[in-house]
Design a protein around this ligand. Structure first.
Ligand SMILES: NC(=O)c1ccc[n+]([C@@H]2O[C@H](COP(=O)([O-])OP(=O)(O)OC[C@H]3O[C@@H](n4cnc5c(N)ncnc54)[C@H](OP(=O)(O)O)[C@@H]3O)[C@@H](O)[C@H]2O)c1
Length: 280
């Protein structure tokens, strides 16, 4: 891996900034992946649900990066998380990506119809079969995480959840740290909603950085936090990785965390779990 800044969890070394790829498809997606690798990214996030695993695989090939030098995550959609279905879905993802294993395989969302015992057993089985080097979950509450860690026979490396200054994740972050897991922030820019905030702009001006860079710095400056900003714009892709040459003060970190607000959540489908109270 040449991306210097990594966060570790149960043997996984995860580059602290990854490229999110939701809503990037076809050639645009492949080109974004290629641009990201050229800019120095070594971590790409995809999912079966994004319909772009093939394009991500093509982008990795185009980039010329050695397989061992890039950390690839994919996710199993919630209707495929029962034993048998999950392993089959992972195999199909690998075929589309053109890889023999992913670095990280996540359950994309919990499914109330599939008990945690069953989905966790299937996830661990996928790792044992060599379909993924590491496994984890996404959109799990703190209590679900505690229960899943108790049930799992393989270490869980990650919980990927929505996290940005408008949405607190104190409970999930504490649970991740307790279990030695990484919290991967999705929608780390709040899908741009946070970029216009006055406090963000003031801090950005002070450091000679962009609003996005300030927000991403806020993420990666928190122990055990990784962020996966999505961009299809080469200038933004490069800018989003360039956050390791400055540091926010403790006051600036607190000022950004203080932007949390009711209604700050961007992603809240009807099948979502009952979120932790501090992240509602
Ligand atoms: N596990 C889950 O359930 C889940 C849910 C949602 C998302 N995700 C993952 O998280 C990734 C990121 O989340 P997201 O895509 O929803 O939201 P996001 O990364 O917070 O925001 C993406 C938006 O920000 C813009 N942007 C990026 N960099 C910028 C910059 N430097 N300056 C100005 N604008 C910038 C992008 O536009 P341009 O493309 O023009 O740069 C795009 O409109 C997804 O792509 C996906 O991989 C996971």
């Amino acid at each position: 891996m040449t991306q210097a800044h990594t966060v570790t969890a149960h043997g996984a070394a995860i580059p602290a900034i990854g490229l999110g790829t939701f809503r990037l498809e076809g050639e645009r997606c492949s080109e974004a992946v290629k641009a990201a690798i050229a800019a120095g990214y070594r971590h790409i996030d995809t999912a079966k649900m994004y319909g772009n695993e093939q394009a991500v695989g093509a982008g990795l090939k185009l980039s010329g990066i050695a397989r061992a030098d890039v950390f690839v995550t994919t996710k199993i959609w919630l209707d495929d998380i029962a034993p048998g279905d999950l392993e089959r879905s992972a195999e199909e993802s690998l075929k589309r990506l053109g890889l023999s294993e992913v670095d990280l395989l996540l359950i994309h969302w919990p499914n109330k119809a599939v008990p945690l015992e069953r989905s966790t057993a299937a996830l661990c089985e996928a790792k044992r079969r060599g379909l993924a080097r590491h496994v984890g979950v996404s959109n799990y509450t703190a209590a679900m995480l505690d229960e899943t860690v108790r049930l799992a026979t393989e270490p869980l490396a990650v919980n990927q959840v929505e996290y940005h200054p408008f949405l607190a994740q104190d409970s999930v972050l504490a649970a991740c740290r307790l279990h030695g897991m990484v919290l991967t922030s999705y929608c780390p820019l709040g899908r741009t909603a946070v970029l216009g905030e006055r406090a963000v702009r003031e801090i950005a001006t002070r450091h000679g950085k962009s609003a996005s860079q300030v927000i991403l710095r806020w993420h990666v400056q928190q122990p055990g936090v990784v962020a996966i900003p999505k961009s299809g714009t080469p200038r933004h892709i490069a800018e989003n990785l360039d956050v390791f040459d400055f540091a926010l003060t403790a006051d600036e970190m607190s000022a950004l965390s203080a932007l949390r607000r009711p209604g700050g959540r961007v992603v809240d489908p009807e099948f979502a779990p009952d979120w932790d109270r501090d992240a509602a």
